[in-house]
Each structure stands twice: as structure tokens, then as C-alpha cells.
Design a protein around this ligand. Structure first.
Ligand SMILES: [Fe+2]
Ligand SMILES: [Fe+2]
Length: 282
């Protein structure tokens, strides 16, 4: 079991209400301290996380692992800066981290939203320390990575108009989307990137991989921006059955979804922000 778990949001879309020397961008990055293991989970949209890490007195060169939740630009933007700063950390992600991907914009134009050429090259030049996973992966007995998450619930989808090609053909199911869990004495802490698999699919899968463990904390982007009312209702119902002590919604969750969850869930919902720190399972 992990006894001392502390998570800090290095990058989120929302400003820090107290610290105006932290910068914000559309993206997500968490710094996770789990006893003596340090994990960087995603890297935001640019190398801005390096600045925020400095302000927050976090040393990226001390990370043991870089885990990339999926290959979107807003999670892989700081890869080069992090890999160059930390020459020893292991990188864990799915092979689809490298693929090209696009999203259809409201005006019907197509926007490239995959990893940048520079960050892709940085990964390629460090192949010796990359582990590509397509099944659950255990860092140790207490920290696991889902790998691809089965899409079981019909009401959940990737949450956007995502395609593999600029012509708008071949839907991108973002199968590389992964989450991690950390086992504390009280139960599991679950951390997601964009959660394109759906939070219910994600939690259900982790529940299968780690049965009989209560879920005590959930943090991440939940990509509920375009969620149907049916999806929101079912999501709230499932989350109510979990009753986490902590629930922090970041990044792409969406204000409408957060309002809905605040009004429907019977536990505390919090809006995450850049620089937010929380202790879990203590
Ligand atoms: Fe995202
Ligand atoms: Fe994403």
C-alpha cells in the first residue's frame, strides 16, 4: 500500500485563484508523489509545465516515470522539455501515441490534434527508455496503468469529432487512452487524462483489475463537454455508487457537466485548477 500520496496539478485550463505566478493553458499534467516514487502524468500543451514546476518547487529531473495518457497535443506538448530535463525516467504509453489525428471544428475545418513532430522525434530518440503497453501494466503492487480500456457502456463515447485523417474519414476511437490507479490503505486513487474511454468504463475496468477495493479519489479530465443528458445521468449514478472522498474535475470536463454533477452527486465535487495540491488516503 502507498502510505503517502500527494498529487499536484502542474497544468490545467483553470487559473490558480491564489498564485498568479503560475501559468495556465489548455492541457493537463499531474505530478504524483507516491511514497518514494515520483510520476509525471502527461505534460500539458507546451513546455509551460517547466515554469510551473519551478514555481511549485517540483523537480522534473527527479521523476521516475513519465506516463502519457494518450497522444493528443494538449497532453504531449511538454514531452521534449521533460525528456531533455530528465535523462533517466522511464516513459510508458501506448504505441498510438505517435499516430496522426484530427478533430472536426464547429466551422467544419479539420484541426491537427496529434503529437507534434518535435515531441514524436524526442520519443523516438529515447526508444531505449520507452515501454509501449497494450495491456494493463503494473509499476509495482500498488501502482497500475490500465492500457486500453474496454468500451462497454453504450452511452459513453470519445466525446468529440475525432478522426485519423484530415479528410474526416476513419473515426479515431483513441484506444491509447489510459488511466492509472494507486492503492492506498483506504482504497484506490484513480487519475485520468482526457478519459476518452468514459469515466464509467474506466472505473468499471479498474474495478475488475483491482476487485474489492473502494475508490476513494478520482482526479482528471473527464471529457463530458458534449455529453448527452443520458450519459450525465448514468455517470452521476455510477459515481454515486462509488462515493469517493475526493473528486476533482479538471481540463476537459466542461462547466455544464461539473454543474450537473454538483447538483446530482451525493459527495463533494471540486473544480481542479493549475497548482492544486491534494493529499489522498491519509
Ligand atoms: Fe485533453
Ligand atoms: Fe484528448
Amino acid at each position: 500500500m502507498i502510505h503517502d500520496l500527494k498529487i499536484t496539478a502542474l497544468i490545467d485550463n483553470k487559473d490558480n485563484p491564489q498564485k498568479n505566478n503560475l501559468h495556465t493553458e489548455h492541457g493537463l499534467s499531474f505530478w504524483i508523489e507516491a511514497d518514494d516514487i515520483k510520476i509525471l502524468f502527461d505534460t500539458g500543451r507546451s513546455d509551460l509545465l517547466m515554469h510551473n514546476a519551478k514555481v511549485l518547487d517540483i523537480d522534473i529531473s527527479k521523476a521516475d516515470y513519465l506516463i502519457l495518457s494518450h497522444g493528443h497535443y494538449d497532453h504531449t506538448g511538454g514531452v521534449t522539455a521533460c525528456i531533455n530535463t530528465n535523462r533517466t525516467m522511464s516513459v510508458i504509453c501506448h504505441a498510438d501515441i505517435y499516430i496522426s489525428r484530427y478533430s472536426r471544428q464547429p466551422d467544419s475545418s479539420m484541426k491537427y490534434i496529434g503529437i507534434s513532430e518535435e515531441n514524436s522525434q524526442a520519443l523516438n530518440q529515447n526508444k531505449n527508455r520507452i515501454t509501449l503497453i497494450d495491456t494493463p501494466y503494473f509499476i509495482n503492487d500498488n501502482i497500475g496503468i490500465t492500457g486500453p480500456i474496454p468500451r462497454i457502456k453504450r452511452y459513453e463515447n470519445t466525446g468529440g469529432h475525432f478522426y485519423r485523417y484530415i479528410k474526416g474519414i476513419a473515426k479515431d476511437l483513441i484506444i491509447d487512452d489510459l488511466a492509472i490507479w494507486i492503492k492506498t490503505e483506504k482504497g484506490l486513487c484513480i487519475i485520468t487524462g482526457c478519459c476518452h474511454s468514459g469515466i464509467v468504463n474506466t472505473l468499471s475496468y479498474i474495478n475488475k483489475l483491482e476487485p474489492h477495493q473502494p475508490i476513494i479519489a478520482i482526479l482528471g479530465g473527464f471529457h463530458l463537454l458534449n455529453a448527452s443528458n443520458e450519459r450525465l445521468k448514468n455517470t452521476a449514478k455510477y459515481l454515486n455508487s462509488c462515493q469517493p472522498e475526493q473528486f476533482h474535475a479538471f481540463h476537459c470536463t466542461g462547466n455544464r457537466a461539473i454543474d450537473f454533477l454538483c447538483n446530482t452527486c451525493t459527495f463533494n465535487i471540486s473544480q481542479g485548477f493549475t497548482g492544486m495540491t491534494t493529499q489522498i488516503g491519509a
